[in-house]
Design a protein around this ligand. Structure first.
Ligand code: ATP
Length: 248
C-alpha cells in the first residue's frame, strides 16, 4: 500500500502513512529491522501524547530553529528511519538553516549508507556527508563512532533525531550542542540534549523549518533571546505530564 492508497479521511491516516513509509524503507534497504522496533516504540509514545505537537514542543522547535541559525557549522544527522519518513523535509531544513546532512547509522553498513545517500540526493540534497567516515566520536566503538571529520566531527550544533542514548551522550561529551527529536521524554537522548524536541519527527522537522524561515530576518540578539528563554527540563517535564495526565 502506498501513501495515496490510504483514505484521506481515515482517522489514523498519519500513523498509517508513517508505518507504510518505514515498511517501504526496510524493503528499499534504507531502514534496518531494528528501525521497525524503534518506530513501534515511537508510535506508542505518540499515541500517549495525542499525536500532536505540545506547546512545549513547539517552543523547543522554535528554539532549535534559532540555535541552528546562530550555529557556525550545523549538521543534521540522518538515520534509516529519518530517511524513510522525512527525506524532503530534512533537505528543506538543511537548506533553510544552511546545514550539512550526514548519514549516521547505529548499524553501519556501507550498502545502507550508500542507499540512504542516494535516496537523499533523489529528494534534492546537493551534498550528503557520512560516506567518508574519516572521523570518530571518542568513547564509542568503531561501528557506532564513525563520522565524517568535516561533518559531525567539525560541527558545533548537531540535530540528532531518534538517536541512541550512548551516542547522544558521547556527542555531548565532545562539546556539541545537541538538538534531539524523540517522542520518549524519559529516553536518555533527549535528557542529554541542549534542546530536546518531544515530538514526532514527521511534525518536528517541518515545524523547525517553518520557524527558521520565520526567523530569517531576526537579529542575532533576538535569536539568542529565544534560545536562552527555552528551558529543556521544563519541556521534558511538560511532555511527561501530558502523557501521565492522559488529557488531550
Ligand atoms: P535511549 O538509549 O536514548 O534510552 P532507546 O533505547 O529508547 O533510547 P531506541 O529504541 O534505539 O532508543 O530508539 C527509539 C527512540 O526513537 C525511542 O525513544 C522512540 O520514542 C523514538 N522514536 C521512534 N520513532 C520516532 C518518530 N517518528 N519521531 C520521534 N521519535 C521517534
Amino acid at each position: 500500500m502506498t501513501d495515496g492508497e490510504i483514505p484521506e479521511d481515515h482517522p489514523r491516516r498519519a500513523s498509517l502513512v508513517t508505518r507504510h513509509r518505514i515498511e517501504a524503507g526496510v524493503e528499499a534497504g534504507i531502514t534496518s529491522k531494528q528501525g521497525l522496533i524503534a518506530q513501534g516504540r515511537g508510535e506508542a509514545f505518540d499515541y500517549l501524547l495525542g499525536e500532536r505537537t505540545l506547546p512545549s514542543a513547539a517552543a523547543a522547535e522554535r528554539a532549535a530553529a534559532a540555535r541552528l541559525l546562530l550555529a557556525d557549522h550545523p549538521v543534521i544527522s540522518v538515520n534509516g528511519n529519518v530517511a524513510a519518513l522525512v527525506p524532503d523535509e530534512v533537505v528543506a531544513l538543511a537548506e533553510a538553516v544552511d546545514a550539512d546532512l550526514e548519514v549516521n547509522l547505529f548499524n553501519r553498513t556501507e550498502e545502507r549508507m550508500a542507499a540512504i545517500a542516494t535516496h537523499l540526493r533523489d529528494h534534492g540534497a546537493a551534498t550528503v556527508k557520512g560516506l567518508t567516515g574519516d572521523g570518530e566520536i571518542p568513547g564509542l566503538d568503531h561501528a557506532r563512532g564513525t563520522v565524517d571529520a568535516d561533518g559531525i566531527g567539525a560541527a558545533d550544533v548537531v540535530v540528532v533525531p531518534l538517536e541512541d542514548g550512548d551516542r547522544a551522550a558521547a556527542l555531548a561529551d565532545m562539546g556539541k550542542t545537541e538538538i534531539v527529536i524523540d517522542l520518549n521524554p524519559g529516553s536518555r537522548s533527549p535528557r542529554t540534549a541542549a534542546i530536546p524536541i518531544v515530538d514526532n519527527v514527521v511534525r518536528a522537522v517541518p515545524n523547525v523549518t517553518s520557524h527558521a524561515r520565520d526567523l530569517t530576518d531576526a537579529s542575532p540578539d533576538e535569536r539568542r533571546g529565544i534560545v536562552e528563554s527555552f528551558e529543556p527540563d521544563a519541556a521534558l517535564d511538560a511532555a511527561e505530564a501530558a502523557i501521565r495526565s492522559g488529557e488531550f
